[in-house]
Design a protein around this ligand. Structure first.
Ligand SMILES: Cc1ncc(C[n+]2csc(CCOP(=O)(O)OP(=O)(O)O)c2C)c(N)n1
Ligand SMILES: [Mg+2]
Length: 557
C-alpha cells in the first residue's frame, strides 16, 4: 500500500464515503488510489470551492468528517473559503492537497505554494508528509484532530511521497474515542441551579449545539416557563410552531426576541456561538452550556459555565431545578411572538403584482415535502428564509453561519444530496450568490442529483444596497447582470422555469419539487422589498433618508 492507499483506507474506516475535488497534477496518485477501491467515491466538481463547501455542509449536517481535495497551488487555494466555513461553524473537515516533489521544495517551482503556511490560520492540524513512514500515524492524527476539534485538518502530499510504499501500514493505531458527553462537576451544577432557581424571567438562547437534545431543551423551557430564542442554524430544531419557541435573534431575527431579551432577568445560553453581542442583554446573570470550555464566555460575560454535551448537562442540571409556578413571563413572550408572526404573515401578501420574497420563502416551505433538507445562501435571502421559511419537525436546515459566505447554497445542496440521497433538497439562493459557483449546477446534473435551486432574483446584491443606504451611501454597483438562470439549467441538462407572477408560484413550486432532474426555479421577486431589522436606530433612518436623496440627485445628473 502506498501513502494514498493507506490514507484512503483510514478515511473509509472513519466513515467517509465522498471526496470532493478536481483531479490532476500532484494529486493524480490520490485519485488513482480512490479509483482502485470501492468504499469512497471521488466527486468531480468544477470548482474546488464547491468541493470544500460540499464537504463542510456534509460535516455540518451529519457531524461526521467531510473531505475535499485540491492540487498543489491553485487547486488548494480554491478550497480556502469552504474550509473557513467549516472552521467558523465548528464542522470537521479534512483537506488533502498536493505538493511539488520534495526535491523541488523551496525552488519556486511551478505550482509550488507553501500550502501549509497558507492554511496555518484555518487548520487545527496542518502537516506536510515528507516521509512515507509518517503514515499511517499522521493520517490518523489529522482525522482525529478534525473530529475532536470540530474543525479543519490539512494534509499536504508531495507528488513523489504520495506514490511511495508505506513500510508498516498497520503499525500505528491510535486508540481513539471521541470525547462526547462530558459533564460538569456537581459543585458547578449546584451554583447554576441556585442562580436559575432564584429567577422568574428566564430567556433561553439556543444554538445548533442543542442538536439531538431538543426535547430536553423544550422540557427545560417548560419547567422554567422560559421562552426559547434560536440562533440561525438552530432554526431546524426550534420551529416557531412550538409554543415555547418565539423566533430568531439578530438582524435577521424577530422583534419578539428583542423584547424578551430586553425584559428577562436571566439568560441561558445553550450550544450557541451567536456573535452579535449587541443583541444580548447586559448586566443580568448569564449561565452558559457548551461542549467546549473554550466557548464559555467568548461572546458574553458569563456567571456560570457548564461544559459538556447539551443533553448530558441538562440531565445533570434539571434534577436540581425547581418548576416555576408563575408563567407570566412566558405569556408575555408568547403574546409578543404572536404579534410578530401576524406582522410577518401580512408581509407575505403580494403587492404591485409582483412576487414578494417573503411570500416565496413562505410558500417554498409550505409546499416542501416532509423530508426536505433546506440549505440557504447569504444575502437578503438569508433573512427571508430566517423569518418566513416554515420548517416542520424532521426537516433540516443549514447555512453558512458565522462566515456568512455567498455561494454556499448550491455546493451545500450537492453535499447534502450525496449524504442523504433519498431526501428532497431545496436551496434558497440569491442571484448574486448563485452566480458565483453556478457552474457546478452541471455537477448536480452529471451525478443525477435531483434538487431544487430557488433563485430569489432581485437582479441585485440586495443586502449590499441596504448596507450602503443604512450608512448614508447611495446605492452603488449593486446591480447584477444575470443570464436567464432557468435557461442555463436546461442547457446544463437539468430543468428550469422562470416566473414573475404571484399566481404562478404554487404550480411552479410543485413542478420544481417533483422534478426528476436538478431544477432551477428562477423567481423574479420585487426588488423594493427589504428585510427591516428588528431594532432600527434613529441614525440608520436618517442615513437611509440621506442615501435616498443622494440617489435622486445622482439620477438627475
Ligand atoms: C463570498 C462573499 N462575498 C461577498 C460577501 C458580502 N455580501 C454579503 S450579502 C451580499 C449580496 C448577496 O446578493 P444576492 O446573492 O443577490 O442576495 P440578495 O442579498 O440580493 O438576496 C454580499 C456581496 C459575502 N458575504 N460573501
Ligand atoms: Mg440578489
Amino acid at each position: 500500500m502506498n501513502v494514498c492507499d493507506v490514507l484512503i483506507k483510514q478515511l473509509a474506516d472513519a466513515g467517509v464515503r465522498h471526496v470532493f475535488g478536481v483531479p490532476g497534477d500532484s494529486i493524480n496518485s490520490f485519485t488513482d488510489a480512490i479509483r482502485r477501491q470501492d468504499k469512497i467515491r471521488f466527486i468531480h466538481v468544477n470548482h474546488e470551492e464547491t468541493g470544500a463547501f460540499a464537504a463542510s455542509a456534509q460535516a455540518k449536517l451529519t457531524g461526521t468528517l467531510g473531505v475535499c481535495v485540491g492540487t498543489s497551488g491553485p487547486g488548494g487555494i480554491h478550497l480556502l473559503n469552504g474550509l473557513y466555513d467549516a472552521k467558523c461553524d465548528h464542522a470537521p473537515v479534512l483537506a488533502i492537497t498536493g505538493q511539488v516533489e520534495t526535491r523541488r521544495l523551496g525552488s519556486d517551482y511551478q505550482q509550488e505554494i507553501d500550502l501549509c503556511r497558507l492554511f496555518d490560520d484555518v487548520a487545527i492540524y496542518n502537516q506536510m508528509i515528507v516521509n512515507p513512514e509518517q503514515m499511517p500515524y499522521v493520517g490518523e492524527r489529522a482525522i482525529h484532530a478534525a473530529l475532536e476539534g470540530r474543525g479543519v485538518a490539512h494534509l499536504n502530499l508531495p507528488l513523489d511521497i504520495s506514490t511511495q510504499k508505506v513500510p508498516h501500514p498497520k503499525a500505528w493505531k491510535i486508540p481513539f474515542q471521541l470525547r462526547r458527553g462530558g459533564i460538569p462537576d456537581a459543585a458547578t451544577v449546584h451554583v447554576a441551579a441556585n442562580l436559575i432557581n432564584r429567577k422568574y424571567k428566564i430567556a433561553i438562547l439556543a444554538g445548533i449545539g442543542c442538536y439531538g437534545a431538543e426535547d430536553k431543551v423544550f422540557a427545560l423551557a417548560e419547567m422554567l416557563g422560559a421562552p426559547i430564542i434560536h440562533a440561525l442554524r438552530a432554526k431546524e430544531l426550534f420551529p416557531e410552531s412550538h409554543p415555547y419557541s418565539i423566533g430568531g435573534i439578530g438582524n435577521l431575527g424577530a422583534k419578539s426576541s428583542v423584547k424578551v431579551l430586553g425584559a428577562c432577568d436571566l439568560l441561558l445560553l445553550i450550544g450557541t456561538d451567536f456573535p452579535y453581542d449587541d443583541f444580548l442583554p447586559k448586566g443580568i446573570p448569564t449561565v452558559q452550556i457548551d461542549i467546549s470550555a473554550a466557548q464559555i464566555g467568548k461572546r458574553h460575560t458569563v456567571d456560570v459555565g457548564l461544559t459538556g454535551d447539551t443533553g448530558n448537562v441538562l440531565d445533570a442540571l434539571i434534577p436540581f431545578l425547581r418548576v416555576k409556578k408563575s408563567c407570566g413571563f412566558l405569556k408575555f413572550a408568547q403574546a409578543e411572538s404572536r404579534q410578530w408572526q401576524t406582522e410577518i404573515q401580512k408581509q407575505t401578501m403580494p403587492t404591485r403584482g409582483m412576487i414578494k420574497p417573503q411570500q416565496l420563502a413562505h410558500l417554498a416551505g409550505v409546499a416542501a415535502p416532509d423530508d426536505t433538507i433546506f440549505v440557504c445562501d447569504t444575502g437578503e435571502v438569508t433573512a427571508w428564509a430566517a423569518r418566513h421559511l416554515p420548517i416542520r419537525q424532521g426537516q433540516r436546515f443549514t447555512v453558512s453561519g458565522l462566515l456568512a459566505s455567498m455561494a454556499f447554497g448550491l455546493p451545500a445542496a450537492i453535499g447534502a444530496k450525496f449524504a442523504y440521497p433519498d431526501r428532497h433538497i431545496v436551496a434558497l439562493v440569491g442571484d448574486g450568490g448563485f452566480s458565483m459557483l453556478m457552474t457546478d449546477f452541471a455537477t448536480a446534473v452529471r451525478y443525477r442529483l435531483p434538487m431544487t435551486i430557488i433563485v430569489f432574483n432581485n437582479r441585485k446584491l440586495g443586502m449590499i444596497q441596504i448596507e450602503q443606504e443604512s450608512r448614508g451611501m447611495p446605492d452603488y454597483q449593486t446591480e447584477n447582470y444575470n443570464p436567464d438562470f432557468a435557461e442555463f439549467a436546461k442547457l446544463c441538462g437539468g430543468d428550469g422555469l422562470s416566473i414573475s407572477n404571484p399566481e404562478e408560484l404554487p404550480g411552479a413550486l410543485a413542478e420544481a419539487y417533483n422534478s426528476p432532474v436538478p431544477f432551477v426555479l428562477n423567481v423574479q421577486i420585487d426588488p423594493q422589498d427589504i428585510p427591516v431589522p428588528p431594532k432600527v436606530t434613529v441614525k440608520q433612518i436618517i442615513y437611509y433618508g440621506v442615501a435616498r436623496i443622494k440617489e435622486m440627485l445622482d439620477a438627475r445628473k
